[in-house]
Write a protein that binds this ligand. Structure first.
Ligand SMILES: *Cc1c(COP(=O)(O)O)cnc(C)c1O
Length: 433
């Protein structure tokens, strides 16, 4: 299935015309395809067999409960990076036994909560974190199952803001220190070593960095086993890129990537965990937006749409390219537009000098490949209500996050204070006594 696709010049999300979604839910709105989501998951599941593998969806890419639940029903686990994400995954029905907890710095409270749920694995990113986790686990009367996230010092050849596997990045334990870290962990009664974890970056389009990382994992497995450590889980992280139609190199197919992992790691008799985010959800989402009007500048023609950087941050944060298409094909010579949002920031720009068919105020456009790192990064900047989300399946349209009303958003503040919430600082206690 192609999502979204044109039928007689009208853009459809599965069997639902996009203009009907805009009519029903108003714009801007994210729309996901349940069928495309399942297709992506199956591409992974066909290669990584249940039983000796676990596909842990990286929840930070798209944490809507409906998305997590759809994947969970098919057998997916979850890779979470905060207590909030862990709670979401559990509430969406993912059993704790299929949840791994990654992230640079987990707080003691977060560790405690995760230990109480009996999650499958903590991916530990530093020795101080290991020591803290040991203490919290002991205080809970538990042993924390861990893998160390090893930083293999590999250049993922991706955008610098989403590269995580170089020695200069803040993530993981340098591979040169791996032996020491595992030796220290073996001494800690609250820690149970079970594996090794890596995640070298996001939106990777080449196989070579993955190959280097997988080989590093295989070598380290043999070395650490030789030193007497139990290595039964290999977490290969996520990071496989998607085709943003930006003219850059096309990413390898999921099957190619998975075959490589199985070839290099398959013989080690470990459970293989893979943590895909973008490659599961990126191409299953569009952001639907309406043109407010067209403004002819001195030099440029601005296409001002009702979605802003607060709804989709990737273009301003990562210089990301997103394909933008009209929801109705009417023909006409393409025109060059600066596609911008209404936010008071110059960075609120979706595309520069983009050739599009001529558009008019009131027309609808779809920003493609917005299913990953889209709605999850949305904010209410400029006091704009949080962007809503819908899911389509066949001709069925379900609102999975309704549009909020202004009163709700503004009502979060308590301008006069709440008497029960007046906090007695040491200073005013002293003054009042
Ligand atoms: C972000 C992240 C992922 C998912 O990355 P994608 O590029 O979206 O596949 C997986 N694992 C960890 C530890 C992450 O931080």
């Amino acid at each position: 299935m192609v999502f979204p696709d044109y039928r007689e010049g009208r853009l459809y999300a599965e069997d639902v015309p996009v203009d009907e979604i805009a009519e029903e839910v108003k714009t801007p709105v994210y729309c996901y395809s349940a069928t495309a989501l399942r297709q992506n998951y199956l591409s992974y599941a066909e290669q990584f067999e249940a039983g000796n593998s676990l596909i842990c969806f990286a929840v930070k890419a798209n944490s809507n409960q409906a998305v997590i639940r759809a994947l969970g029903k098919m057998g997916a686990g979850a890779d979470v990076v905060s207590e909030g994400e862990l709670r979401r995954a559990l509430l969406a029905g993912i059993p704790a036994s299929r949840i791994v907890y990654s992230g640079v710095a987990k707080t003691p409270d977060e560790m405690r909560f995760a230990l109480q749920q009996d999650i499958h694995q903590f991916n530990v990113e530093s020795e101080p974190e290991m020591e803290l986790l040991n203490e919290v686990a002991l205080s809970e009367g538990k042993q924390a199952p861990i893998a160390f996230r090893i930083n293999p010092d590999i250049d993922a050849r991706t955008h610098e803001k989403i590269s995580t596997g170089k020695a200069s990045n803040k993530f993981g334990i340098p591979w040169t220190r791996a032996h020491e870290a595992y030796a220290s962990a073996a001494e800690l009664p609250g820690i149970k070593v079970q594996g090794i974890d890596m995640h070298i970056g996001s939106q990777l389009t080449q196989l070579e960095p993955f190959e280097a990382a997988f080989r590093c994992l295989a070598d380290l497995t043999t070395e650490l086993r030789g030193l007497g450590h139990n290595i039964s889980v290999l977490d290969i992280g996520g990071g496989l890129g998607i085709d943003y139609a930006d003219g850059n190199q096309l990413p390898p197919a999921i099957t190619t990537y998975a075959t490589l992992a199985n070839n290099i790691l398959g013989h080690l008799d470990c459970q293989i965990i893979v943590e895909p985010g973008r490659s599961l959800v990126g191409n299953v989402g569009i952001l639907i937006s309406r043109v407010i009007y067209i403004k002819e500048g001195e030099r440029d023609r601005f296409l001002i749409i009702d979605a802003g950087m607060n709804d989709l941050l990737r273009p301003s944060m990562y210089d990301a390219f997103h394909e933008i298409v009209p929801c109705e094909l009417r023909g006409g010579e393409p025109v060059s537009y600066q596609v911008v949002g209404p936010i008071c920031e110059t960075g609120d720009t979706f595309a520069r000098n983009r050739l599009l068919p001529p558009l008019l105020g009131g027309d609808l456009v779809a920003i493609k490949n917005a299913g990953a790192y889209g709605a999850v990064m949305a904010s209410t900047y400029n006091t704009r209500p949080l962007v809503p989300e819908v899911m389509v399946e066949g001709s069925e349209l379900t609102v999975i996050r309704p549009r909020r009303v202004y009163d709700e958003l503004i009502g979060l503040d308590t301008p006069d204070g709440v008497p029960e919430l007046v906090i007695q600082t040491a200073e005013n206690k002293h003054r009042n006594s």
